[in-house]
Design a protein around this ligand. Structure first.
Ligand SMILES: Nc1ncnc2c1ncn2[C@@H]1O[C@H](COP(=O)(O)OP(=O)(O)OP(=O)(O)O)[C@@H](O)[C@H]1O
Ligand SMILES: [Mg+2]
Length: 260
């Protein structure tokens, strides 16, 4: 499986379970893809705005944001994005995004809004990664419909694994009713504790149930990942030699080159 550059692959990172590493994956997979020379845009589509805050932007005092991009006709992607480094860009979220689930219900194109808005301009990028909230409302549906591919971080914990089935059922609904071209890029085991038998068992179980749909790469637990956002940077900049930086570089290779 190989990919061509410059086709603007849109990848939604989603899981309705909170705290499983969605935002961490968007930041660090994005940074690792940018390090490989790809042009990468990170879209913060979560009202918690952790992605935005993780790069030192203040979601309480930002304008325009992904909310205005979604809701106001005159606002284009280029009006809201900010440059993080040579190859990396962010479309930041403000706290106003919380209103979207409510406001969008009155629009006929409510499920397709993000998809339609990013269509012009996506070809100028190699990757667009969308961070989503821990819920399966209209915000996440918009992200799934806008995406070509879905990446699901799964915390290496039994209870976290059980939620994957519920998520996949929603994904298939979106696939069947709204977006038949949506594909599952992969399940990503996260926050693996290498010394925990339980943690290792969850990865084995994930691989036995979902086989090739699980990435070869596993993201281990590494406190550098929790510390990097406080320093307002990715772990690749914060601690370039860390285990976490190595894991996310390997994931970027798997995502950009494809799995064997
Ligand atoms: N591999 C890891 N090792 C150590 N800490 C991690 C790892 N991945 C994520 N974390 C930490 O765990 C917490 C939750 O991660 P993150 O915010 O990425 O999850 P999330 O799925 O985006 O959460 P939410 O559902 O609230 O948006 C954060 O404090 C983050 O720094
Ligand atoms: Mg998050």
């Amino acid at each position: 499986m190989g990919y061509t550059l410059g086709v603007g692959r849109v990848i939604a990172v989603a899981n309705q379970k909170g705290g499983v590493g969605k935002t961490t994956t968007v930041i660090n997979l994005g940074a690792a893809l940018a390090e490989r020379g790809h042009q990468v845009l990170l879209i913060d589509f979560d009202p918690q705005a952790a992605l935005t805050a993780g790069f030192g932007l203040d979601p309480y005092h930002l304008s325009p944001t992904t909310y205005s991009f979604l809701m106001k006709d005159g606002v284009q992607l280029r009006n809201i994005i900010r440059k993080l480094n040579e190859n990396l860009w962010i479309a930041p979220a403000g706290v106003d995004l919380a209103a979207v689930d409510y406001v969008l219900t009155k629009f006929q194109d409510r499920n397709f809004r993000l998809r339609n808005r990013i269509a012009p301009g996506r070809d100028q990028l190699d990757f667009i990664l969308i961070d989503t909230p821990p819920s399966l409302g209209l915000i996440t549906t918009n992200a799934l419909v806008a995406a070509d591919e879905l990446l699901i971080p799964v915390q290496c914990h039994y209870l976290a694994m059980r939620g994957v089935r519920a998520l996949l059922e929603t994904v298939w609904l979106v696939h069947d009713r709204l977006h038949p071209n949506l594909t599952l890029l992969g399940l990503l085991p996260t926050i693996l504790q290498p010394d925990s038998r339980h943690s290792q068992e969850v990865v084995r179980e994930l691989r036995s149930v979902f086989s090739k749909r699980v990435f070869d790469t596993v993201i281990e637990e590494d406190e550098a990942l929790a510390m990097a956002p406080a320093a307002r940077m990715s772990v690749l900049d914060f601690k370039p030699e860390s285990k976490a930086a190595e894991n996310y570089r390997r994931l970027a290779e798997e995502v950009s080159v494809g799995r064997a």
